[in-house]
Design a protein around this ligand. Structure first.
Ligand code: ADP
Length: 464
């Protein structure tokens, strides 16, 4: 930052200096030009007097600062102080023809003899001849640069401005560098107050988030330990009794299947925890592809057919083919969890209906009594261009006061019932994460005793 401030202030100083110098040199140039013409004119007047009195011999006595040329009214050169004669006719020279017309003439042009740019002043003498004095422009420019003290002043000012710019830059930056991020009470400059306040707010938000995350992490760890401890205690108890030989032979089968059931629950729990942690880390690296939700739902229902039969629940697939861009494995897990719940929390003789509605058609499936509805987002879920997948059951339903919380980790409406039917309390939490991953909304509609419908609504940018 020091470098940036230094560079800008130094460049600003440099620009101002350059503009001033250009202006100054422009004026100085004009003035020197006028002065040089005046000097040439004065010398021409003196030389004309001498010439008229003493003839050509007088011209030879003059010093050679300026070139002197004596020309007849016809343009023939009679004398030149620098170049040897003969020199070509001079009538075509602008200053000579001007002098013949007006008595005097002046101008700047390239010299035919030296080839360099030259200032000319021509004067008509009493006898009608012309006396011309000239001086190369280079001499004048050189004098302008070296004689003028401004050049040195410019260099000095440049040096001082570089030093001052550097010191100013350091002075501005020092308090900003010294800013203590742990004690953001005051801003080094009033202009920086909004920035400092913004940093302070941001810091507070990060701290709050970190503490919230820490609380969640602790709760999660405590829950996981608790959830794992229950089946482990059962397994350990059954195994201990069997090891002691306290279990009658006819009960061994029953105990073994209890151990099997509890270990299956542990495996399911650990699998769900692994899935959730992966989704949590945002480290899902699975490739996205075009997924036909109708086909995906058909697969899921197939795999759950035997479970549904055991529970006395019929499965049904409705709607049309509709594709979204997503991760097959994640969407398949989410739809599986929704259908699995719809079977688990159903009643014998009940049904589960999965409906896939392509973009632009209405919500799928038969309507549920509208009184109890909870949406995970308040957006208008009926927005056009969305693809919907809903899982509707005719089960026990979810009481209104629990509807908001069922997507939380380990949240169950009826703990013992959920455990008894092999629930981990993580199924809907996974569904929520998968929906978030696909930028889909979740809508939950439920009426206790009549059934539940959970709908995933995919935004238009996800639909194919
Ligand atoms: P679980 O493994 O216990 O089913 P979930 O996260 O899948 O955990 O669901 C959380 C809770 O939400 C369940 O314990 C159950 O009480 C309730 N629930 C989920 N789906 C349904 C449903 N279709 N019908 C009734 N209750 C449900």
């Amino acid at each position: 930052m020091t470098r940036t401030v230094f560079r800008s202030s130094f460049l600003l100083g440099l620009a101002v200096l350059l503009i001033c110098s250009l202006l100054f040199f422009g004026l100085q140039y004009r003035q020197t030009l006028d002065e040089t013409y005046a000097a040439l004119q004065q010398e021409a007047v003196y030389a004309e007097h001498g010439l008229m009195l003493s003839g050509e011999a007088y011209l030879k006595t003059l010093d050679e600062t300026n070139r002197i040329t004596w020309i007849t009214p016809e343009g023939e050169v009679l004398y030149d102080s620098v170049f040897p004669l003969p020199i070509g006719n001079q009538l075509h020279c602008a200053e000579v023809s001007a002098a013949l017309k007006a008595g005097e003439g002046r101008g700047i042009r390239k010299s035919e003899n030296s080839g360099s740019e030259t200032m000319y002043y021509a004067l008509v003498c009493d006898d009608g001849s012309i006396l011309r004095l000239s001086r190369p422009m280079s001499a004048m420019r050189y004098a302008l640069l070296t004689v003028s003290p401004v050049l040195w002043v410019v260099l000095l000012v440049l040096l001082i401005s570089a030093l001052l710019s550097f010191r100013t830059a350091q002075k501005i930056v020092r308090p900003i560098n010294a800013l203590d991020l742990d004690r953001l009470d005051t801003a080094p400059y009033p202009e920086l107050r909004p920035l400092v306040e913004h940093i302070r707010d941001q810091k507070q938000t990060i701290l709050n988030q970190a503490s919230e995350q820490e609380t969640l992490r602790r709760e999660f760890s405590a829950n996981v330990s608790h959830e794992l401890k229950t089946p482990l205690t059962s397994i350990s108890g059954f195994a201990e009794l069997m090891a002691k030989g306290d279990v009658p032979a006819e009960k061994v089968r029953e105990f073994s299947s209890d151990i099997y059931r509890e270990s299956q629950r542990m495996i399911a729990l650990v699998n769900d925890i692994i899935r959730l942690s992966r989704l949590d880390e945002g480290g899902v690296q699975l490739p996205e592809e075009e997924i036909d939700l109708h086909a995906l739902a058909a697969d899921t229902l197939d795999s759950l057919q035997s479970v549904a039969e055991q529970a006395g629940v019929t499965l049904c697939l409705e709607g049309e083919h509709a594709a979204v861009t997503g991760v097959w494995q994640l969407l398949s897990e989410a739809v599986y969890n929704l259908c699995d719940n719809a079977i688990k929390y159903n009643k014998p003789g009940g049904s589960v209906t999965v409906t896939v509605s392509p973009a632009s058609s209405g919500t799928g499936g038969a309507p549920l009594p509208p009184e109890k509805t909870h949406e995970t987002r308040a957006d208008d879920s009926e927005a056009p261009g969305c693809v919907r997948l809903s899982v509707r059951d005719t089960g026990i339903g979810i009481p209104t006061e629990h509807q908001k919380r069922v997507f939380e980790r380990f949240y169950r409406v009826d703990k013992s019932h959920s455990r008894a039917i092999g629930g981990t309390g993580l199924g809907l939490s996974i569904v929520k994460h998968v929906a978030l991953y696909h930028h889909a909304e979740l809508k939950l509609e439920s009426t206790p005793g009549r059934g539940t419908r959970i709908t995933m609504i995919f935004p238009p940018e996800r639909t194919v």
